[in-house]
Design a protein around this ligand. Structure first.
Ligand SMILES: [Fe+2]
Length: 158
């Protein structure tokens, strides 16, 4: 199915956006499973707060995963759905059982740092392609994530 002609976007330039979106998709999928693990395994005095917060975060990431995959389809690309492939291209690492809330938050902040960097790169690449919709989507994610960074850092500060 050819969509790019209707969108008035260049195929070669859109190809770069698709490659980067697929890498972002891989990172979001790993982030999602890491958040599920934090939600399940966190222990200690902050349990009730963090258990709920991690659920809120993974619900949001779940919606974003679908948006990224569907944006790839709109650009006439194919979103990857195999976890084995995600692990090959993702820059975010899977983490096993984490019981300590601060350790989970440190991991989330480092993941957000990585995602923010990747999304800014996509805004630049999408800009070169005239792909304002992908750029706007990345802008939405940055807005949410930068607020999350502020709140997570505030939570950690004594
Ligand atoms: Fe749950």
């Amino acid at each position: 199915m050819k969509t790019l002609e209707y969108l008035n976007l260049d195929e070669n330039k859109a190809g770069k956006v698709i490659t980067n979106l697929n890498q972002l998709l891989a990172n979001f999928q790993i982030y999602y499973t890491n958040l599920r693990g934090f939600h399940w395994n966190v222990q200690g005095k902050g349990f009730f707060t963090l258990h709920s917060k991690f659920e809120e975060l993974y619900d949001e990431v779940s919606d974003q995963i679908d948006e990224i995959a569907e944006r790839i389809l709109q650009l006439n690309g194919t979103p990857e759905n195999k976890f084995s492939e995600y692990l090959k291209v993702a820059s975010i690492k899977e983490v096993g059982e984490v019981n300590c809330g601060n350790e989970a938050i440190d991991n989330i902040l480092n993941t957000l740092k990585e995602l923010i960097k990747a999304e800014r790169e996509i805004i630049e690449i999408a800009g070169e392609c005239g792909d304002d919709v992908t750029a706007a989507l990345m802008g939405d994610y940055l807005k949410t994530q930068e607020k999350q960074v502020w709140m997570l850092v505030a939570f950690q500060t004594k």
